[in-house]
Design a protein around this ligand. Structure first.
Ligand code: DC
Length: 228
């Protein structure tokens, strides 16, 4: 398969990339890699198995041994760890912070590399993460870095959680977002940053549909394909 059928979308949490990637994968009928889910699954498994979040050797062994599968369920994707559907358990703040911690360890990132590359299959792949365009798929023809202000991302997260019935505090969400951003952008290994050849889209004042249209325009231009 041509390596050209590959779109990488990197950016901080809350930039809208997860939603944008799902819409693109559906429109193009391509595979989807949610690389953040892999870091979350590892963090979840480490917490369950009482593996220290700083033990590089134990964490990378765990990363290599995880029995993970993503199964389409018609509505979305079920995340199975050793056959158990753990999708809902991955989205908690505790798992998110733990994922950010384990993701700062080079051995862990190396252990997850082959698993991520294996997602590149015909007819194409949308890769969602922090280092898709810089480290995992540096040859991708279409690279997007989706950003938004921390305040806007906190408000989006606040609205999402309120809709789900959680009693939340926007100041606390904003401070957690800033803490995670700082760690992801300043870590020594694979820090969150746009690839040199990435197109940066700031979604602060854009709707999801506007972002999707911008990415599709880029795809049509660079990959010379027409998307309905
Ligand atoms: O996208 P997310 O919030 O599900 O990601 C969870 C954490 O995993 C995030 O804090 C950073 C890390 N991550 C990473 O370091 N590299 C990736 N390609 C994806 C996620």
């Amino acid at each position: 398969m041509s390596v050209l059928n590959l779109i990488t979308i990197d950016g901080p949490s809350g930039s809208g990339k997860g939603t944008v990637c799902h819409i693109l994968a559906k429109k193009l009928q391509w595979h989807l890699l949610d690389s953040g889910a892999l870091y979350r699954i590892l963090a979840y498994a480490a917490l369950q198995n009482k593996v220290s979040l700083t033990d590089a050797k134990a964490l990378s062994e765990l990363a290599l041994s995880l029995d993970v599968s993503f199964v389409s369920n018609g509505n979305g994707v079920d995340t199975l760890l050793s056959g158990e559907n753990i999708g809902d358990k991955l989205r908690t703040e505790v798992v998110g912070q733990a994922a950010s911690e384990v993701a700062s360890i080079q051995d862990v990132r190396t252990a997850l590399l082959a698993r991520q590359k294996a997602f590149l299959q015909a007819p194409g792949l949308i890769a969602d993460g922090r280092d898709m365009g810089t480290v995992v798929f540096p040859d991708a023809a279409v690279k997007v870095f989706l950003d938004a202000s921390a305040e806007e991302r906190a408000e989006r997260r606040f609205n999402q959680l309120q809709e789900k019935g959680f009693n939340v505090n926007i100041a606390q969400i904003l401070s957690e977002i800033k803490e995670r951003d700082f760690r992801d952008r300043n870590r020594a290994v694979a820090p969150l940053r746009p690839a040199d050849d990435a197109i940066v889209i700031d979604s602060t004042t854009l709707t999801i549909d506007e972002v999707v249209s911008k990415v599709l325009a880029l795809v049509e231009l660079k990959l010379k394909i027409t998307v309905e």
